[in-house]
Design a binder for this molecule. Structure first.
Ligand code: GMT
Length: 376
């Protein structure tokens, strides 16, 4: 099968899901054409069956806003024509679903059928998509795609609730590729963060308000009153500065490491003991799943689809959004003694195995076949 894969090429979860799916499909012998404005960060080295087509926007003085969606649409049409694509799979509805739909319509005029699969990831629905600036277009693109998937039952429910959508939406969760987790922990790195072998509490995100990064700092400060742990913050974004200021106000800055963006989050996760995800909204929480697959238990909010992933008392604990005291208490339950930490680490890893790529990704392939041939 020849598949066009459209995504954001960044470190965000939707780009990671699309890239790892594309790599897996290529390993199964399918030809995968990534169409995006930069090489997807998780693509790594050259791979058989994987191709990348760059969407290049030329500057023109008339445009205050570069017409990315139009250029992307033209690129999708060009790649579909030149490489005889069988399927176009777009990740993140804005603007990929509407651009994909336009490409499909252009090709239909030429007598070419290109089925469009749209995968909804979260903020394209729960934060941005529902705004009146996007809603009519997103509803239309969702209704007119040949198949639509959502990364959790909660996101599916939210899509029905927020949009005028009456079509079937299939849930295909985020996943982990076990071969990515065989890496041994980097002891040098661990020592740098926690020289005396202190437990390492970690958070990874894009530091947007939805992630509640200040809750991470408050939870850690409460933990620190009982256990001499260290805090490792990975990523960057709008709330990083506020987080740094809060650490200085609390006088804990020497115990906190802001690592910035890293391409492979599994390296910091491998030296971590606990992962915090207190998000306001989270359709799934790929970073938490990656933590669990690295053997790191998760203390999180119960927002969105997180409870579908993090099992209270097994892989970690869940609390209401903003319950900083409760999350600190749970964090202590996990890391306070070696026995409990060992137990939660083992269970978190075990639980992550429900989301192994070989269990999840064939569902995409079955969907492609269903759309193409009307068979599973
Ligand atoms: O906000 C982010 O975390 C990035 C965003 C993205 O689209 O890159 O992540 C969303 O998609 C991920 C992959 O499906 C999900 O695991 C995240 O939960 C989701 N983020 C939110 O819903 C906030």
């Amino acid at each position: 099968m020849k598949i066009g894969m459209v995504c954001y090429p960044t470190l965000g979860g939707s780009g990671v899901v699309a890239t790892e799916l594309g790599k897996w499909l290529a390993e199964q012998g399918h030809e995968v054409h990534f169409i995006t404005y930069n090489t997807p960060v998780r693509l790594g080295r050259f791979k058989t069956n994987v191709f990348y087509h760059e969407v290049i926007i030329s500057d023109y003085p008339l445009f205050d806003y570069p017409p990315y969606e139009l250029v992307l649409t033209s690129k999708m049409v060009e790649v579909a024509r030149d490489h005889k694509l069988d399927i176009l799979h777009v990740h993140y509805a804005i603007p990929h679903a509407s651009a994909g739909l336009m490409a499909k319509k252009i090709l239909a005029e030429e007598g070419v059928s290109l089925p469009l699969i749209t995968t909804l990831h979260g903020t394209d629905i729960t934060l941005l998509g529902k705004s009146p600036s996007f809603e009519p277009v997103i509803s239309f693109a969702i209704n007119k795609s040949d198949a639509v998937t959502a990364v959790s039952e909660d996101l599916k429910k939210e899509t029905y609730k927020l949009f005028g959508v009456d079509r079937e939406i299939e849930v295909i969760t985020n996943f982990i590729c076990p071969s990515n987790y065989t890496l041994s922990p980097n002891e040098e790195f661990r020592k740098q963060i926690a020289p005396e072998g202190q437990p390492i509490v970690t958070h990874i995100s894009n530091f947007r308000p939805v992630k509640r990064i200040l809750d991470v700092i408050e939870i850690y400060a409460l933990v620190l009153k009982k256990v001499d742990a260290r805090l490792l913050l990975v990523g960057d974004g709008p709330d990083r500065c506020a987080a740094e200021i809060r650490c200085r106000e609390l006088g804990i800055e020497s115990k906190v490491t802001f690592l910035g963006k890293v391409i492979n989050p599994i390296e910091p996760l491998k030296v971590s003991d606990l992962f915090l995800l207190p998000s306001n909204a989270e359709s799934f929480g790929l970073a938490a799943l990656e933590a669990m697959a690295s053997g790191v238990p998760v203390v999180s909010s119960n927002a969105g689809g997180i409870p579908e992933l993090n099992k209270s008392g097994v892989s970690g604990f869940l609390r209401n959004v903003g319950d900083v005291q409760g999350m600190a208490k749970d964090a202590l339950t996990v890391i306070e003694n070696t026995e409990s930490l060992k137990h939660f680490k083992k269970e978190a890893k075990k639980h992550s195995e429900h989301f192994k790529s070989d269990l999840v990704l064939p569902k995409y392939l079955a969907l492609y076949n269903k759309v193409l041939n009307g068979k599973e």
